[in-house]
Design a binder for this molecule. Structure first.
Ligand code: ZN
Length: 335
């Protein structure tokens, strides 16, 4: 789709969203909720912060919005656990939602868990093994925070980059994003990035004020989260690599090390796995099955033969739209 086409599609979507808000105000959307009985959707949240969720990227949700979602779910939908989803235990007289949180941020324990307990809402947290590797931040959160607070221009491995208007470093030579360059490989590209962008190793000191946006849970905190009757733990890979870019021989290590780390940490079996960035390939799923995972979660099915419960689709929360439009997208499965 060209630029004009995209703008028209965007304008149409915005008009649809405004219309939905108006319908909700006049009560017309109640039929949409009634018509959705017996359906089910898995929802993905990431970091939860107190305010300014868009400060570093578009994946965060503020605690007030999460609380509004939970109130809405309890009023109009039925919240089910991932175990119930996998067992097909859903209510036929309501629309069912299954809540998941990715990336293992400390803020999940700080802001999300108290709300889940208050609203008696079960959720599954997909956590990486990054603490096992000795890091307290995921590479993509590190780069998002660095890109916001770092210099306007940098030279990375001899190549000049400048910030674009979204505070992403973009190559002045061919326009590619530094983020895409670093995502396109295994963890050696990430460890190199940590060293090159933060040679003094004082990222933590410099960015302590923004901890809510990058700090990972410690193993003790993961164990504490797992102790809540409303929390289940799933795996989200060892290093938060795009697993389709990881060499075959490293895939087995990634799956088994992450599984062992989480199981040792929480003293419970971990059998569910959410692909970082939602991307996968048949060889990735095969390596996960061989490591003992039984269910996988992606953004969407990418291969024609898949519609079993082996790989389930999830809908990621959109921070740019109103609650009512988020709930209508939750029912329809798309924005
Ligand atoms: Zn993730």
């Amino acid at each position: 789709m060209g630029f004009l086409g995209r703008r028209i599609a965007q304008a149409n979507r915005q008009f649809k969203y405004l219309q939905n808000d108006f319908r909700h105000a006049t009560g017309l959307n109640r039929s949409a909720f009634r018509g959705a009985k017996g359906g089910v959707r898995i929802i993905t949240y990431h970091g939860i912060c107190q305010n300014d969720p868009l400060r570093f990227n578009a994946s965060f949700t503020d605690a007030r919005t999460l609380e509004k979602h939970l109130r809405f779910y309890n009023q109009h939908f039925n919240i089910i656990s991932l175990d119930d989803y996998l067992a097909g235990n859903i209510r036929k007289d309501r629309f069912n939602v299954c809540l998941t949180f990715d990336d293992g941020h400390h803020n999940n324990l700080k802001y999300a868990l108290p709300l889940l307990e208050q609203y008696k809402a079960p959720a599954t947290f997909f956590i990486t093994g990054i603490r096992q590797a000795g890091y307290d931040v995921l590479w993509n959160d590190f780069l998002a925070v660095f890109s916001r607070s770092g210099p306007d221009r940098i030279t990375y491995k001899g190549e000049p980059f400048r910030k674009n208007r979204w505070n992403h470093y973009i190559s002045t030579t061919d326009g590619h994003l530094l983020r895409d360059q670093i995502r396109a490989g295994d963890f050696s590209l990430k460890t190199e990035m940590f060293q090159l962008l933060d040679p003094a190793g004082d990222f933590q000191l410099k960015n302590a004020a923004y901890e809510d946006y990058w700090l990972q849970m410690t193993p003790d905190e993961i164990a504490s989260l797992s102790g809540s009757p409303y929390a289940r733990i799933g795996a989200h890979s060892l290093y938060h690599n795009d697993l389709t870019k990881v060499p075959a021989e490293s895939l087995a290590i990634d799956f088994t090390t992450c599984k062992r780390f989480l199981e040792n940490t929480i003293q419970k079996a971990v059998t569910t796995f959410a692909f970082p960035y939602g991307t996968y390939a048949p060889s990735v799923t095969d390596a996960g099955l061989a490591a003992g995972f039984t269910h996988f979660f992606a953004l969407e099915h990418l291969f024609a033969e898949e519609n079993s419960t082996l790989i389930s689709e999830r809908l990621v929360v959109n921070p740019y739209i109103s609650i009512i439009n988020q709930m209508l997208a939750t029912i329809s499965g798309h924005y």
